[in-house]
Ligand binder design. Structure first.
Ligand code: PBG
Ligand code: ZN
Length: 331
């Protein structure tokens, strides 16, 4: 076993010791990095979230870093569809928004753990997460080859964690092999290992302009009713060498979180409170007049189910509460 990639950063080491309370160690903040370097553009589908350009990153991250931000998950957003093609060429553009953001954040915030979502849907002309055959079905072999190239580019630029979100078969093994071939044994792989074909990704697809142009993602994301498939794909990814596994979406799938944590107690498990979860909780929490309690309750539920790490758009506000609260939030 190669255990180094699991403990290569002090934040990863602290995650190995996680417990059921909320601390700043538990959170990853997703960031939408705009191709427009000066952008600070509100996202209509997601309250309080921005599409942010590399020139605005320092000012945005600095106050969060001062109150305990440990980790970010980067997504690239292109200005227009014109550079998108069948293979998602802009995904590993050396001067694209994600590579630029990795290099800059490493310089500006050397302690920050940098995770990168690895997928093609933000960069393909058809908006699917892989490469297609001429009949519109997924070409699995070509897809995992391409996804491995993108993962290697982010790792080479300095990402600590690469997080493939496509759900193609055997991409974890392919990425692991590709990283090894380039002499890299320290980049951590966080697999979106149980990703369901959910209706809860809508606000995100607006944010990233990444919806499929035709069809849906039902042939590669899991059917909603199947806890057993969620466990099988997680086992597959663990066997192929995933360092962190994930359930997505979070809130409607906590049974799957719990089942996976029970069967794999020694494996780090991340839960993604996705864009639809966020908008839903945000909306009710705002209307209720009890914003903090409701947001915290949604996060406690994920820890209680067995999450070691929570990916959440609420991270900035939770860090503020943690800071005011002596660094810990308990139910
Ligand atoms: C890219 C990706 C998606 C999300 C994370 N990575 C969209 C999708 O699969 O359609 C969704 C995250 C969210 O809704 O917050 N494959
Ligand atoms: Zn995708």
């Amino acid at each position: 076993m190669n255990h180094m990639s699991k403990i290569s950063h002090s934040v990863l080491r602290r995650w190995q010791n996680s417990n059921s309370r909320l601390t700043s160690d538990d959170f990853i903040l997703p960031l939408f990095i705009s191709e427009d370097e000066d952008s600070k553009e509100p996202i209509p589908s997601m309250p309080d979230m921005l599409r942010i350009g590399v020139n605005e990153l320092y000012e945005y991250i600095l106050p969060l870093s001062k109150i305990g931000l440990k980790s970010v998950l980067l997504f690239g957003v292109l200005n227009s569809d014109c550079s998108k093609d069948e293979t998602g060429a802009p995904a590993d553009d050396q001067v694209g928004p994600v590579v630029k953001a990795i290099i800059l954040l490493k310089e500006q915030f050397p302690q920050l753990l940098i995770c990168c979502d690895v997928c093609l849907c933000e960069y393909t002309s058809h908006g699917h997460c892989g490469i297609l055959n001429s009949d519109g079905t997924i070409n699995n072999a070509a897809s995992i080859r391409r996804i491995s190239e993108v993962a290697c580019t982010y790792a080479k630029a300095g990402a600590h964690v690469v997080a493939p979100s496509d759900m193609m078969d055997n991409r974890i093994g392919a990425i692991k092999t590709a990283l090894k071939l380039m002499g890299d044994n320290k980049t951590c792989i966080m697999s979106y290992s149980s990703k369901f074909s959910s209706s809860m990704y809508g606000p995100f697809r607006d944010a990233c302009k990444s919806g499929p142009q035709f069809g849906d993602r039902k042939t590669y994301q899991l059917p909603l009713g199947s806890s057993q498939l969620g466990q099988l794909t997680t086992e597959r990814d663990i066997e192929e060498g995933a360092d962190i596994v994930m359930v997505k979406p979070g809130m409607f799938y906590l049974d799957v979180v719990n089942a996976i944590k029970s069967r794999h107690p020694n494996h780090l498990l991340a839960v993604y409170q996705v864009s639809g979860d966020y908008v839903m909780v945000h909306d009710y929490a705002t209307k209720s007049g009890n914003f903090k309690s409701i947001v915290c309750e949604s996060l406690f539920s994920m820890k209680r189910a067995g999450a070691d790490v929570i990916i959440s758009y609420f991270t900035p506000v939770v860090l503020k509460w943690l800071h005011e609260n002596g660094g810990i939030l308990t139910p």
